[in-house]
Design a protein around this ligand. Structure first.
Ligand code: DX5
Ligand code: ZN
Length: 222
């Protein structure tokens, strides 16, 4: 697996928009369409108002594919469930700064397990909340929708936060990726990339496309 830096564009289709009756074939379709990473949205019905899937699905995809698994935990107690997602074969685990846990300690445990450590913040959360952790992460996820559901419109006003994250990274000589998630298609990927994001999570515009390869390419080239 080629290691990506924050200078590389990464397209990460979100399995949330896949056909759940055919997850194996859908994963293969994403890989054959040029996806770099597969984004897995885990929701517990508490942290967000939706329930998706858990470690068993992550484990099944890991066991049958080589693609890099980008696991986004939208759950209230990421610290409690962490060992199960590590064992399931996650490559990157992203936890929310708003969840109920010792954020610094959870990030440390993720890295100690050999995974990339990601930290996410909701649209309503100011950048200052993540600043204490930016030297302890590999990825900062700036949500561009309120998490919980696919297919919502991109929040353009989050671009200031992405710009601030990129400026801060440069000023402090840090190396974290900046990921955007929610409402990403070719056009909004271009806007996000210009603001400083390099990892594009996209559900409806990739799995929902007739020609997924063309959709992935258009997001990569935007
Ligand atoms: C939102 C999830 C996203 C979602 C994106 O709660 O974190 O990853 O699947 O879906 P689209 O690309 O359809 O906005
Ligand atoms: Zn996500």
């Amino acid at each position: 697996m080629i290691k990506k830096t924050y200078l590389d564009r990464v397209v990460a289709p979100s399995l949330l928009a896949a056909d759940f009756s055919r997850l194996g074939e859908e994963t293969t379709r994403a890989i054959n369409s040029g996806a770099d990473w597969l984004h897995l949205d885990v929701m517990d019905g508490h942290f967000v108002d939706n329930i998706s899937f858990g470690p068993a699905v992550v484990q099944t995809i890991h066991a049958t594919n080589d693609i890099f698994l980008d696991v986004h935990l939208m759950i209230s107690r990421p610290d409690h469930y962490l060992p199960r997602f590590i064992a399931a074969g996650a490559d990157c685990i992203t936890v929310h700064v708003e969840a109920q846990h010792d954020v610094g300690e959870t990030l440390k445990r993720i890295r100690e397990a050999g995974c990339l450590a990601g930290l996410a913040l909701n649209p309503a959360t100011p950048f200052t909340e993540v600043v204490p952790f930016l030297d302890k992460i590999d990825l900062l996820l700036c949500m561009t929708v309120v998490p919980g559901f696919g297919g919502q419109p991109f929040m353009m006003d989050m671009m200031g936060k992405v710009e601030t994250a990129a400026e801060y990274r440069k000023a402090k000589k840090l190396i974290y990726h900046i990921e955007v998630d929610g409402g990403i298609g070719a056009e909004t990927a271009g806007v996000s990339a210009r603001a400083g994001a390099n990892i594009m999570v996209a559900g409806s515009t990739t799995f929902g496309a007739k020609d997924m390869a063309a959709a992935v390419a258009s997001i990569r080239e935007a």
